[in-house]
Design a protein around this ligand. Structure first.
Ligand SMILES: *Cc1c(COP(=O)(O)O)cnc(C)c1O
Length: 320
């Protein structure tokens, strides 16, 4: 595959492990897990892979400040703040909503990592982000703007390489299941899957958007990742599988189903999911296994995308 400029700070390859006790408990297919919660940068997660490429681009532009946006408990913002610190850059985070009463979880880490925080009402965030960028530019801070979730073609291409990594670990699962939100992870996996003729299915569990909208975003992003990697790939609508049956009470809301998933993974495998992303996708996986969606002899790989610091967010600790 065509290589893009990349810095190396993620701990790669991330381990692939079996989940024998969870598989047995559910009486289902063989379940495996890819541990991208262990990518290493300030508690890791999937954004660390994307940031290796985004930081290389920022450096090439001579950037001195990283600017990005997200929710109060954004893992993406926490990992961006850590990457900025590591490369001696300033970091401004535009967070949506109101300052919480207590500093906890990712929001606590953002501050520990030295990021400047700007607050914005949710409806106003794009305008606010532009305003922050323009002010930084005029102030000579040489800002570099990273989109929500690090999901542009450069960031998402990281997951095409992650798919190459999985295959080079000798894994050929029938299914790859993971949480999907801004679509970058899924777009990259689809591109990597095409590039290496992966014959399994790549199934994104939506954590905040209806299926059609997300599938459309992933498809468009996958096409631009393909271009970015100079790969002539025949990527089509049917390559993008999204399930939106597990949105529950909405983005970031932890209900009984997510709680059960967190407990099951923890108590059968000693594995920690997060309340926002892998909790929902884990609940989806469990439900699909129970409903007989997979064949008994399938190998199903759950791609753990990280997010565990949110377990310690004040909003969630009392629900766990
Ligand atoms: C951002 C994030 C996701 C979603 O990845 P996208 O590339 O935005 O779809 C999943 N899990 C965790 C823990 C995340 O932080």
């Amino acid at each position: 595959m065509y290589t893009l400029p990349r810095l190396r700070f993620a701990h790669l390859p991330t381990p692939v492990e079996t989940m024998p006790r969870l598989s047995e408990f559910l009486g289902g297919p063989q379940l495996w897990v890819k541990r991208d919660d262990l990518t290493g940068l300030a508690f890791g997660g999937n954004k660390t892979r994307k940031l290796e490429f985004l930081l290389a681009e920022a450096q090439a532009h001579g950037a001195r400040t990283l600017i990005t946006a997200g929710a109060v408990q954004s893992n993406h913002c926490r990992q961006t703040a850590a990457a900025a610190a590591r490369y001696g850059l300033d970091c401004i985070l535009v967070l949506t909503g109101e300052p919480p009463e207590q500093n906890s979880g990712n929001f606590l880490l953002d501050q520990l990592l030295g990021a400047d925080i700007v607050w914005s009402p949710p409806a106003d965030r794009d305008r606010k982000l532009e305003e922050v960028f323009n002010t930084a530019w005029q102030g000579g801070m040489r800002p570099y703007l990273i989109p929500y979730g690090g999901s542009n073609a450069v960031g998402a291409s990281a997951y095409a390489f992650a798919m190459e990594e999985l295959l080079s670990q000798g894994m050929r699962p029938d299914w790859v299941v993971f949480p999907s939100s801004s679509g970058g992870t899924q777009a990259g996996l689809v591109v990597g899957g095409k590039q290496y003729a992966f014959s399994g299915k790549i199934l994104g569990i939506s954590v905040d958007k209806p299926k059609e909208g997300l599938a459309d975003t992933v498809l468009r992003l996958a096409l631009s990742v393909g271009e970015c990697l100079k790969a002539k790939l025949d990527i089509r609508e049917q390559d993008v599988l999204v399930n939106d049956d597990f949105l529950g009470a909405g983005y970031g809301v932890m209900g009984p189903v997510e709680r059960e998933a967190l407990q099951l993974f923890a108590r059968t495998e000693g594995l920690l999911l997060d309340p926002v992303y892998t909790g929902k996708a884990g609940a989806g996986l469990i439900s699909l296994v129970r409903s007989g969606y997979f064949r008994k002899d399938d190998v199903v790989l759950f791609w753990h995308t990280g997010g565990t610091p949110a377990l310690f967010a004040e909003a969630y600790t009392r629900l766990i």
